[in-house]
Design a protein around this ligand. Sequence first.
Ligand SMILES: [Zn+2]
Length: 223
Amino acid sequence: MSDRLKDFKIEFQNTGVDCQRFCYAARAREFQVEAIQRLEALQTKASALKTEMVTVGDESSANQLLSLEEMLQALIYELQMWVAFKDADPHAAWTALIGAQSAARTAMQAHDIADHLDAYIERLYALEKLLFPPQMFMSVGIIIKQSTCSICGHEYGECDHLKGKAYMGQMCTRLIEESELWESSIVSDPANKHCRILTFSDGDSTRDLMTWRPIPSVQDEEE
Ligand SMILES: [Zn+2]
């Protein structure tokens, strides 16, 4: 392992501990915003170092840096969630929390230096249950007609790359180029928690499912 990666990991560790201090509802907004800025600056540094590792063909270091970038992203999202609650925007808070869960999972997939993240991910799931009302989700079933590999651009399945695995600091994903909608359904445990139902109607009134506030109808607004 290069000395620069070793030094970066120490900086990551120290900044991470400093910034996690603000991952609570009670902490003041200005410190949370400041922590986000510190983490973003460190993320820029990680990505520059990763580019260097890719240039010299050091795949293990590149994947470790990808994992560190994603861990930083998870913390950034978590802090953004707390800030969004303070700004009375629970929809943005939800989007940030789901982003944090997904970044933490990607960090674990990228390299085993993130093997210790299980407890953090459990915490993010607990926050989902404690801070938000139960959500309803839409799940879409599609038939994939054409998809490509994000690493090499070949048709997915024709190359040796596997989605959810890291290659030289880059996560492999299956890019869907062409698909057909098969079915859609309402589910409580979806693959994609961004895909949720925002409002519901009971007879005359429509409400925001997150805040419970009535949503004025077009007719009300005209009056
Ligand atoms: Zn490929």
